[in-house]
Design a protein around this ligand. Sequence first.
Ligand code: VG1
Ligand code: CO
Length: 543
Amino acid sequence: MQIKTIKTQAFSDQKPGTSGLRKKVSVFQQPHYLENFVQSIFDTLIVPENAVLTLGGDGRFYNREAIQVIIKMAAANGFVKVIVGQGGILSTPAASHIIRQHQTFGGIILSASHNPGGPDKDFGIKYNTANGGPAPEKITEAIFENSKVIQCYKKAEIVNIDLDVLGETVLEGCAVTIIDSVHGYADLMEGMFDFAAIRALLTDGFQFKFDAMHAVTGPYAKAIFLDRLGAPADSLMNCEVTEDFGGGHPDPNLTYAHDLVDIVYGMQAPDFGAASDGDGDRNMILGKAFFVTPSDSLAIIAANAHLIPAYKQGIVGVARSMPTSGAVDRVAAKMGIDCYETPTGWKFFGNLMDAGKVTLCGEESFGTGSNHVREKDGLWAVLCWLNIIAVRKQSVEKIVKAHWAEYGRNVYSRHDYEAIPTVKADRVIARLRHQFDTWIGQGFGNYQVKACDDFAYSDPVDGSVSVSQGIRILFTDGSRIVFRLSGTGTRGATIRIYLEAYDPDVANHHLDAQQALKELVDIALRLSDLIAITGQTQPTVIT
Ligand code: VG1
Ligand code: CO
């Protein structure tokens, strides 16, 4: 195999964010841009002999081109084999599973997740390690350092691989294997859940609707819900993967999954609705005209996990990202298991799962998962709910309200202010950081501040410390306001305000979350001075 060493110049903007490097497609299309980042990944790793790489993406625009480039670079950088999902397709959880199942050295996942796709939209790339999870911060930081000093990259002079034909192409020194993108993952799911009970539910009049949002879970949903579970074909919507995700924003929340939301809140509402995001790791769970917050979903799955075959022996512990509501903490306390609070991003859960400290984990951003892989997993969450419903034979709303009655309700919402000029967003955060000490002990309306900090996390497994993970204002009644800057946006900066009010009283449970949180919103805006600094009077997205 001929290997070409190509001279290049460093780009200064290749710092991986919460979940890899995300940029506009046009940025990735600059000469050497993708190659530089991929070489920076490989330069960070000590690739052993016989190393195998897993490779796939969510099918968005530029996926196929990037895969051809990465195959050539992996071959030139000493990988003896690259396992690629057919058509270049692998959902993020499926890629995590393949890394683990085939014990590959690592994997490269091409996705900008819930960000829109298309020639003038977003693309992304991230590296996952041998445990199947996103590379930890020390690796992503090393990749960034390498990207700043890179001078050349290596590419094998080989022909493009036909990504659509299953099987192995043996090139001199490196084999490329195209595998079925869905099969192994569907087997994993079938082994974890009570498919017979779910099949009985779905074929017995229970109305189910799943929206793949024109993104990667389409083929997975067909294989699992139609072929293996016998759901009627019209249970699925938007299940053809297109390079621009149907021109939509593949983010499963009440704002962007409007096709599904209209149905679930309409005259012919099904019993259960669910959606997943661009790369298949997020999920939204809905009942008949009823929305389940992701934080509640995590808590309810934890409380009912014993009903699912994979967890019938119980769960060892749970973890949630810091901004995620404390609903799961209450379940853990009652079960007498540990609950960990980590910074935002799935990479922080990996160590806890590898060390056997947690079984389930989740984030308020529509991410839920378990130790079956090392990524959040949208379809897995949907199957959890279907399995729980099949056993409990109750509606989504009934299950949630019974949960609130038992544990109290953590009323929750996130307000996002997107596309703010970076300097202004930084000013909002800097101001908060500067002032929060003075608020401790002060009263604001019905709320009194107990503590404030800038969240820092010390990993209980490897001792690594991550600082500046979000400003927390904690009130004496258990309510919270959290401010954080997004690490996944590609346009300016995004300020996220996370609002949580603990409500122990069942009588208030009919309350609309936005109403219940109104006073906290006012306090958040007042303390941050966000409107005056940014000029933005309303959040762009509320979830
Ligand atoms: C967002 C979410 C975070 C999630 C991350 C990646 O990050 O808030 O919880 O882990 O996206 O999810 P940020 O930094 O923009 O708040 V995905 O589905 O984009 O891989
Ligand atoms: Co995602």
